[in-house]
Design a protein. Structure first.
Length: 124
């Protein structure tokens, strides 16, 4: 897989300069590669990183307010809290992709995309 080849190259490049980061990436990369396990019909809707960029901006904004953390754990607690807060907000809002009929397409025909509202209603 091309992603694994690129990852190996990236690890080789940065191992000496950022060993902690590289170790973390090696432990957690499979979560990132989940994209490749999703149905191909979903891929075109997942190319945008707007939601992640917004989350990163919020983390940056909130950590600037604190400015100096007493230790790494304190910083990580704040970031985790922001991520949990954002995750809960995403769960309560309308979902962009549903896992309904798109999971399995018949004879290569694309499936329908479904929007799932917070109350569980599905609309094509």
């Amino acid at each position: 897989m091309e992603a694994h080849r690129d990852l190996t190259s990236w690890i080789t490049k940065w191992q000496r300069k950022y060993p902690k980061l590289v170790d973390w990436v090696e432990e957690n990369i499979e979560e990132t590669l989940t994209f490749y396990r999703l149905p191909r019909a979903h891929h075109k809707h997942l190319k945008s990183t707007n939601m992640l960029e917004r989350l990163n901006e919020e983390i940056k904004r909130r950590t600037r307010v604190v400015r100096i953390f007493p230790n790494t754990d304190a910083c990580q607690r704040l970031i985790r809290a922001l991520c949990v807060e954002t995750h809960e907000a995403w769960l309560l809002s309308s979902r962009y992709l549903g896992q309904g009929p798109v999971d399995r397409t018949q004879k290569g025909t694309p499936g329908k995309m479904w929007l799932i509202a917070a109350d569980g209603r599905q609309t094509p």
